[in-house]
Design a protein around this ligand. Structure first.
Ligand SMILES: *[C@@H]1O[C@H](CO)[C@@H](O)[C@H](O)[C@H]1NC(C)=O
Ligand SMILES: *[C@@H]1O[C@H](CO)[C@@H](O)[C@H](O)[C@H]1NC(C)=O
Ligand SMILES: *[C@@H]1O[C@H](CO)[C@@H](O)[C@H](O)[C@H]1NC(C)=O
Ligand SMILES: *[C@@H]1O[C@H](CO)[C@@H](O)[C@H](O)[C@H]1NC(C)=O
Ligand SMILES: *[C@@H]1O[C@H](CO)[C@@H](O)[C@H](O)[C@H]1NC(C)=O
Ligand SMILES: *[C@@H]1O[C@H](CO)[C@@H](O)[C@H](O)[C@H]1NC(C)=O
Ligand SMILES: *[C@@H]1O[C@H](CO)[C@@H](O)[C@H](O)[C@H]1NC(C)=O
Ligand SMILES: *[C@@H]1O[C@H](CO)[C@@H](O)[C@H](O)[C@H]1NC(C)=O
Ligand SMILES: *[C@@H]1O[C@H](CO)[C@@H](O)[C@H](O)[C@H]1NC(C)=O
Ligand SMILES: *[C@@H]1O[C@H](CO)[C@@H](O)[C@H](O)[C@H]1NC(C)=O
Length: 845
């Protein structure tokens, strides 16, 4: 103030001081007058907003580099950055009297400018919402930082279609007509594309969508065509909690869009929401040819094999390069095989790169093609193959990925340490400085270990003590879809100490778990298995080499001491029994179309087990509890291939009483102690099919069915031509294809014929359901059991006996539902008939 009273005299003498002070003074009111300058060398001087919530100033990045930025009180985070590159300590930010705002680096070169010279700018100000505006004499600002966002959107900021957030190679946009939010890599590859939720018409064309985040933590889309409050698209998980918190949306340099919270003055930010849940699915996260995976806590980047090296040894996210380029070894290239690995393929690449060829074709086609650098074969039952042309390739490796990838290298292949060692985290030290440590120290040791290991294996493999080691070798033979070995500790952590139980079975309980890559899994804790490590591993390998769209996939296992666990993919909609036999009226009803698809899908899954896969498997426990539904209500058969794991000497698993819960589904030959074949599965399937149509248990007895077993009553009604009477009452008012219903009912009676030889094969069942094969009128399923020799048990002719058992058995409850252990039996090759019912085991009830 004093300085201003005696202006001319003093200002001549103390010009620099005056400039500084007046700048400071002006800033106190939130305005910045022309002629003010900030210096990187003095980070204590800033231009604050009226309440000092935000400030514009220099923030040190490291000792010699700075960014000029608008930041929230406490220094973190910067919500808007001046220019895209850091500057040195001699840099300055000037608000010139001609109205231009510019950033100069130490050499005096302009790094960035607002471009508003001569546009009538008279003042600048920073508001309490963090917006820097350059004002002319009108009410609308000439220039505003909110109109030129960098990587962040804060409350009161209006992010419209046409604006872009950028961070390195990544960009975020709000699409014009649809209001979709997209994340792209290098402006082309779209790895995230999310529209409005399903409560809005998908054809809705928006006029001028804009996106905003409210300070309580809701991200919304606003548009004249949308409700006045906008459409909510994301919530911060501390939504509406603490008021003195800044919540902001940011495109981070790892390519993920997140909501962060920063408490005032705390100087730190906490992640509250992320657009891409699984960080490894962000395209290019690990750079070109880098492979993303997870250690216990975070995503990590590695090279595909020792044929590669990091581009920047200090930063594994910069990607990898071949030590020898494939052009330099003509005729000597080979494919490096990578299990459980995917090369990310997103639009617009998707269509040009996808082919439907088998796994070996996927490898060899790429090897011989000069325009192919790598390929991914999906083992999810689709048989799809992605061929990648040379360019940017982004990899993802996880136990949960049903795919195998190949990348072209110059032979010989030098693999990384085996994946199981990485999964169990024993090599964490190795990973910290892989290039130094591995080459100098670990390399020779590894060679020693391998030599010694193979020597031991060679001389001691017959000794039970070394069973584990040889079993691991056996496992390696199953090249495709090899299951991942988890440690008990890892599964304990994934299931939060086996807390959330999904069901309880004869084999033990099933728990919900989440792997470090956020994959939700079902962990089955096997009990009563005293089988050798080696055989356990062999069985696990067989189960996990079985891939079909309609089979639940085994992701991995744990065999540690006495612990035996299996890790399966998690099925969101639980098991079929919940839908067929709901405990409450109000529960969801599957319409006919879904039911028919479930019936077909189940039949296809079983066909694969019986007729198409390498080691044929008889399931032995087909029932609604073992048919799971994925998020699209597609059927996935679970619990196949477990029977061999049972301790066959344990009588608990053989006695008839222990199977009462599933008796309704057991073929007569089970109860008669006769050989079990794939035809036994057909019987069980037939019962399930009848239940899918009727929504009633096949063994249910009621007044309505004249005190007869439902399946028997149903055949009588069918003979009378009363197909409608069999159909689930809840479907009567719906649109139902009665021809399909009639087909399904007839197929079910064919499947439940007493004589195994009368029942069709599963492949035939599929054709009959599809209507490809004519269906003859089925004879009555109820026939005599006389044909079976060596038994006095006359089971199914005695309906009342069966009904009594069924009625006295506790009804399978829906809580025991999904993913419980079930009996199944696996016999190799064509020798299915050999398997015997002595493998019977207890039911889940
Ligand atoms: C200053 O900026 C110019 C242009 O961006 C650049 O070429 C130069 O290397 C920078 N100098 C310093 C010291 O940062
Ligand atoms: C400022 O106001 C004057 C008169 O009101 C007008 O003529 C002039 O165009 C305005 N300048 C700008 C940049 O808006
Ligand atoms: C955002 O800006 C656009 C265009 O300037 C405008 O039409 C819209 O009303 C603004 N939205 C909000 C919520 O302020
Ligand atoms: C969005 O679409 C409207 C109408 O088609 C068009 O006028 C406008 O320029 C578009 N905006 C952007 C940013 O593409
Ligand atoms: C990014 O895209 C541009 C043009 O679309 C291309 O020239 C460039 O090579 C791409 N960058 C990378 C790293 O692939
Ligand atoms: C918008 O997002 C939805 C997913 O939410 C997607 O199905 C749709 O194809 C997207 N639209 C466009 C034009 O990309
Ligand atoms: C969207 O548009 C397509 C054709 O333009 C139409 O077939 C479809 O029924 C529309 N969907 C809705 C939900 O209106
Ligand atoms: C969809 O968005 C609307 C509007 O924001 C919201 O009211 C509704 O709850 C959302 N629906 C779902 C299923 O998330
Ligand atoms: C996982 O990786 C992160 C980042 O590289 C590292 O900080 C962390 O220590 C690693 N954790 C373990 C258990 O290896
Ligand atoms: C191919 O590689 C093998 C193993 O490295 C080497 O022995 C052989 O000489 C190479 N052949 C050619 C044609 O380069």
């Amino acid at each position: 103030m004093i300085l201003q009273i005696q202006p001319i005299f003093l200002s001549l003498l103390l010009l620099p001081v005056l400039l500084l002070l007046s700048a400071e003074e002006a800033a106190a009111a939130g305005t910045i007058s022309p002629g003010s300058t900030l210096y990187a060398s003095d980070t204590t001087k800033t231009w604050p907003s009226p309440s000092s919530a935000f400030s514009l100033g220099f923030l040190p990045q490291s000792s010699a580099s700075f960014i000029a930025a608008i930041f929230y009180s406490g220094g973190v985070p910067a919500i808007w950055t001046v220019g895209s590159t850091p500057v040195d300590s001699a840099a300055s930010l000037q608000f010139l009297s001609n109205g231009n705002l510019r950033l100069l680096n130490g050499t005096g070169q302009t790094v960035w400018e607002s471009g508003t010279a001569g546009a009538g700018v008279t003042s600048a100000s920073l508001s309490d919402s963090g917006e820097l505006v350059l004002l002319g004499n009108g009410t609308d600002p000439v220039w505003s930082s909110f109109q030129h966002p960098t990587d962040t959107v804060v409350p009161f900021q209006n992010f419209t279609a046409g604006m872009v957030l950028r961070s390195g190679f990544y960009s975020f946009r709000l699409e014009n007509a649809t209001g979709n939010r997209t994340l792209r890599w290098n402006d082309t590859i779209i790895y995230y594309n999310q529209g409005l939720n399903s409560s809005f018409d998908s054809n809705l064309t928006l006029a001028s969508p804009s996106l905003g985040i409210q300070n309580i933590g809701i991200v919304s889309i606003y548009d004249p065509k949308l409700p006045v409050g906008g459409a909510f698209v994301a919530y911060s998980n501390d939504y509406a909690e603490n008021r003195d918190t800044l919540r902001y949306l940011r495109l981070a340099d790892d390519g993920n869009l997140r909501i962060y919270s920063s408490d005032k003055g705390s100087g730190t930010s906490v992640i509250r929401w992320a657009a891409v849940e699984d960080q490894c699915q962000v395209f290019g996260y690990c750079g070109n040819l880098g492979i993303c995976s997870y250690n216990d806590t975070s995503p990590i980047c590695e090279c595909p094999s020792q044929n590669f090296e990091l581009v920047d040894p200090k930063d594994s996210r910069k990607g990898c390069k071949r030590k020898v380029e494939t052009e330099d070894c003509p005729g000597n290239a080979t494919m490096l095989d990578m299990e459980n690995t995917l090369f990310l393929t997103y639009p617009p690449e998707t269509e040009s790169q996808i082919f439907s060829i088998g796994i070996s074709g996927c490898r060899s086609n790429c090897l011989v093609s000069s325009t192919c650098d790598a390929s991914t074969s999906l083992s999810d039952g689709t048989g799809m193959c992605y061929l990648k042309t040379p360019g940017f390739i982004s990899g993802y490796q996880s136990p949960a990925l049903p795919s195998t990838s190949y990348v072209k290298v110059c032979s010989p292949v030098v693999s990384n340490p085996p994946p199981s060692a990485q999964v169990v985290g024993k090599s964490s030290g190795l990973r910290m400085h892989p290039w130094v440590v591995a080459l100098v120290v670990i390399g020779p040791i590894l060679v020693l270990v391998v030599v010694e290991g193979s020597f031991w294996w060679w001389c001691c493999r017959n000794s039970p003590k070394f069973g584990g080691l040889s079993a691991q070798y056996a496992l390696l033979e199953y090249a495709s879809g090899a299951p991942v070995q988890f440690t008990y500790k890892e599964l304990q952590r994934a299931t939060k100490g086996f807390r959330e139980k999904l069901g309880e079975g004869g084999f033990g309980a099933v728990y919900r778990g989440i792997l470090t890559n956020k994959t939700v899994v079902a962990v089955k804790q096997l009990e009563g298995i005293e089988q050798g490590e080696k055989q356990f591993r062999m069985e696990v390998a067989t189960i996990s080499s079985t891939h079909h769209l309609n089979l639940v996939r085994l992701i991995g296992f744990c065999s540690e001491g006495r612990h035996r666990l299996l890790v399966y993919e998690f099925m969101k909609n639980g098991s079929l029994d919940n839908f067929l036999f709901p405990l409450e009226e109000s529960e969801k009803v599957l319409n006919w179309e879904y039911r028919f698809n479930v019936a077909l899908g189940t039949a296809r899954g079983i066909t694969y087990l019986h007729e198409e896969c390498r080691d044929c498997i008889v399931h032995c426990d087909i029932k609604p509890e073992n048919i799971l539904l994925d998020e699209n209500y597609a059927a996935k058969v679970s619990d196949f291939g477990l029977a061999k794991l049972i301790n066959q000497k344990d009588h608990r698993y053989r006695t008839l009483t222990s199977v009462r819960g599933t008796r309704g589904y057991l073929a007569p030959e089970w109860l008669a102690n006769l050989p079990i074949t794939s035809k036994s599965d057909i019987y069980s399937y037939g019962m399930v099919l009848l239940e899918i149509v009727s929504g009633r248990r096949n063994f249910e007895v009621s007044a309505e069915t004249n005190r007869k077993k439902f399946s028997v009553w149903a055949y009588e009604e069918f003979e009378k031509g009363n197909v409608k009477g069999i159909l689930d009452r809840r479907l009567v008012d719906q649109e139902v294809d009665m021809e399909q219903v009639a087909r399904a009912i007839q197929v079910s009676f064919w499947c439940t014929q007493e004589q195994p030889s009368q029942r069709p094969m599963m492949g035939k069942v599929v054709q009959m359901l599809e209507g490809i094969t004519e269906i003859e009128k089925p004879p009555a399923p109820k026939a005599m059991v006389e044909g079976f020799n060596g038994t006095s048990m006359n089971v199914s002719s005695n309906t009342s006996a069966l009904s009594t058992i069924a009625a006295s058995a506790p009804a399978p409850s829906s809580s025991s539902s999904s993913q419980t252990a079930g009996t199944s039996l696996h016999a190799s090759g064509k020798n299915i008939e050999r398997a015997s019912s002595s493998l019977l085991r207890s039911s889940p009830y």
